[in-house]
Ligand binder design. Sequence first.
Ligand SMILES: [Fe+2]
Ligand SMILES: [Fe+2]
Length: 214
Amino acid sequence: MDRSIPAETVARIAEYARDTLSAPRFAHVERVVQLTQRLCRRFALSEASGLCAAWGHDIAREWPEDQLLTWSQRDGASQRDGALRRDPLNDPLDALERRHPVLLHGRVAARLLLEEFDVRDEAVLSAVRHHTLGHPQMGPLARVLFVADYFEPGRAFLTSQTRTVPERDDLNEMVCAAIEDVIRRGLELAPVTARLYRQVKPQTPRRDGGMNAS
Ligand SMILES: [Fe+2]
Ligand SMILES: [Fe+2]
């Protein structure tokens, strides 16, 4: 049974994204929505939650850096943010986020969804919050959004090989492929992403065919 977010809420978030984002960014969001929906069906996750997270994930992506910093530092300040305060993943800003405030757009979008759209589904808030860097404790919906955001078919960095990653059967394998592609592209891996990578990368097989204990 789908513990659903109202369709009207999802429609309002989609409309907000269309009204406030540039055309190319909105086109990216539409492709992320389509891929998220497919992956939610494949992995038996709530489609309503997936749609809500996908439509909302980049609503703060084009905000100025000073505004992102101001909103990020409001964690715990609002009367209505109980869901975020209960979120064990509600970490303080780290050095990388301070150096690159654009990385804060996920946590700011989660706050906007809570405060402006009354979204209280913690899986949605966590997925939106962690869609850029990931987090080792993130759940299946967050893993789906992380993968859909990286592998949506409009991404210019995709190759004929990486384009097929979303067709795989194993969600963690897709998360692993996304992080390995970040490494292949020579981009800096955030410490939290490196921790997620250690969690999802396949264990080295032992000579007797078993897996290394960890
Ligand atoms: Fe994003
Ligand atoms: Fe995105």
